[in-house]
Design a protein around this ligand. Structure first.
Ligand SMILES: *Cc1c(COP(=O)(O)O)cnc(C)c1O
Length: 226
């Protein structure tokens, strides 16, 4: 009951600004996912390929699976047949592998480019300069089986609202700049994936089109002890 109510609550919050809800189900059981599904939720996000591969065949085929976590090139082949959107693309090499596996599966795979906007150090994501280089590079322009539908960013984990807002705003500015450039290549810019349980209201105010909510829907995650 709690999960169903949460789905309705966050779906409505997202819809109020024209955004959509991704229910982030990582570490949570297929039973809990089905509860959310029964409330009408169809987009679910996972951050590990292994876990996604275990869950996907056990759950309804009309679920749209989004990958949120870092993706290694050697694992693309496992998700290529069914993945709906990959949020975490941070290199041309990864994109080329996704393109190759998409072709093998005779489909086009939608991807977001993950941009590093937080002030904290992180290993993942492109800097704004790297992003601009990537989308203007020749190999990028010739990709045929991927489509870049937008950008994804993760704000700093802080209670300083002004800082979080600034980070989301910088992603939005970058997004608008990219659109204005009208670059050639496989771009169809429409999505800004930003906002999680702790900061989604700010993200929606700053133009998010996809909020990624885990804890606030499903409760705390219990990570395995190892
Ligand atoms: C886990 C995760 C989320 C959801 O985080 P919550 O704080 O539980 O809402 C969102 N985005 C990414 C990339 C994640 O890994």
């Amino acid at each position: 009951m709690v999960i169903k109510n949460n789905i309705v609550k966050f779906r409505d919050a997202a819809a109020a600004t024209g955004a959509r809800l991704i229910a982030v189900s990582k570490t949570h059981s297929t039973g809990k996912i089905l509860e959310a599904y029964d409330a009408g939720q169809r987009i679910f996000g996972e951050n590990k390929v292994q876990e996604l591969m275990e869950k996907q065949p056990q759950l309804p085929a009309d679920i749209q699976w989004h990958l949120l976590g870092h993706l290694q090139r050697n694992k693309v082949k496992y998700i290529a047949p069914f993945i709906s959107l990959i949020h975490s693309v941070d290199s041309l090499r990864l994109l080329e592998e996704i393109d190759k596996q998409a072709e093998r599966n005779q489909r086009t795979i939608d991807c977001l480019l993950q941009v590093y906007v937080a002030r904290e150090e992180t290993k993942f994501g492109l800097s704004p300069e790297e992003l601009m280089d990537l989308i203007q590079s020749e190999p990028f322009k010739s990709l045929q089986h991927v489509r870049i539908t937008g950008l994804m960013g993760i704000a700093t984990l802080t209670d300083r609202e002004d800082q979080i807002r600034q980070e989301f705003r910088s992603l939005k500015v970058l997004f608008e700049k990219m659109k204005a450039m009208k670059p050639q290549g496989p771009l169809h810019l429409q999505e800004l994936s930003m906002g999680m349980s702790a900061d989604f209201p700010i993200a929606l105010e700053e133009g998010s089109t996809l909020i990624r909510i885990g804890t606030a829907i499903f409760g705390n995650r219990n990570y395995p002890a190892v």
